[in-house]
Design a protein. Structure first.
Length: 319
């Protein structure tokens, strides 16, 4: 799968996918590939390169900054072929291009980030089942659309390089197998799983005794980052961790609840990474928020209609 396309290629594929731009001008997800909202000031600080200083290498897609003069500035993707009149996406924009920069190295940024997240959701293509994988840092989003939910996708993104940083995920086994570095399991998912036991059998004595306080402890853990900094965070996080471990060590007869508590105790190195660093989230909310627009789109368009459309979506969402 090619990593990037020129603007013209993207538009051509979009027309092939849609087939009726006039009918869907207000909703077509591929019609407008600009990225709005970047401030015109401080372009230098954002590593934009003036075209008066130097032009990009030929035949490589780059981000270009457009100053229209009659509307808000924006940026898009184009290629420079040495002659602006024949360059895909560049020719018609040439009078308005003021700056450019290389496309973000998202894969490298994800791999080297100290804190990162991953999640996946269903996404069909041409009526066939498939999955949308998301790999995220606070500043970058990397998507992979594949037919499989197997470990090959995660292994492709993680790469055969040292696995540095902490990866925040749910407890899907693929991540634990493919990622060789530190992992933080999502406390929100775990809280829901345990709460479901009480919701299903609210009169069971051990559930009523142990689950409510356990749920409250997890809630406190997930709110720490917004309440404390520095030494206060360190003290509070250790105190809550110790209280959780003490609570789940209580003897009990119910096999389901005991199984959840024992699992957390036995794999505590994957539940308490947030204790040592407030930058590590105790939940996987970042990934869920980034995937939410995709879930909404799935409800509207029921996935992609072709392999080309799938490829275009992956490219545009990852830029």
């Amino acid at each position: 799968m090619a990593e990037y396309y020129s603007k013209d290629t993207v538009q051509a594929l979009a027309c092939e996918i849609c087939g009726d731009c006039d009918a869907c001008v207000d909703v077509c997800e591929f019609r407008d590939i600009k990225v709005d909202g970047l401030p015109t000031a401080d372009l230098r600080l954002m590593e934009w390169i003036p075209i008066t200083e130097r032009l990009p290498e030929t035949c490589k897609p780059v981000l270009v900054w457009l100053h229209w003069g009659f509307q808000d500035d924006e940026c898009t993707v184009a290629e420079y072929w040495g002659d602006s009149n024949v360059s895909p996406g560049w020719g018609e924009l040439d009078p308005y291009v003021t700056h450019w920069m290389p496309l973000p190295k998202l894969l490298e940024e994800f791999r080297t980030a100290s804190v990162k997240h991953a999640d996946e959701t269903t996404w069909s293509c041409d009526g066939k089942n498939g999955y949308a994988w998301g790999f995220f840092t606070p500043k970058a989003s990397l998507y992979r659309f594949r037919a499989t939910r197997g470990s090959v996708v995660a292994e492709e993104v993680f790469g055969d390089v040292p696995h540095t940083g902490v990866l925040g995920v749910d407890r899907y086994a693929v991540y634990g197998g493919a990622w060789k570095g530190a992992i933080q399991y999502c406390l929100e998912h775990y809280k829901r799983n345990v709460q479901d036991l009480l919701d299903a059998e609210p009169k069971r004595k051990e559930y009523k005794k142990y689950i409510p306080h356990f749920v409250e402890l997890l809630k406190k853990a997930m709110k720490l980052r917004s309440r404390f900094k520095g030494k206060e965070y360190n003290d509070a996080s250790r105190r809550i961790r110790d209280e959780i471990l003490e609570w789940i060590s209580a003897p009990m007869k119910d096999g389901k609840l005991k199984g959840y508590f024992d699992y957390m105790s036995e794999t505590r190195h994957r539940f308490f990474q947030w204790v040592r660093n407030p930058e590590i989230e105790a939940e996987n909310n970042l990934a869920e928020r980034r995937l939410r627009p995709l879930v909404t789109a799935r409800k509207v368009c029921f996935g992609s209609q072709s392999e080309k459309g799938l490829e275009v979506r992956e490219i545009l969402m990852s830029i």
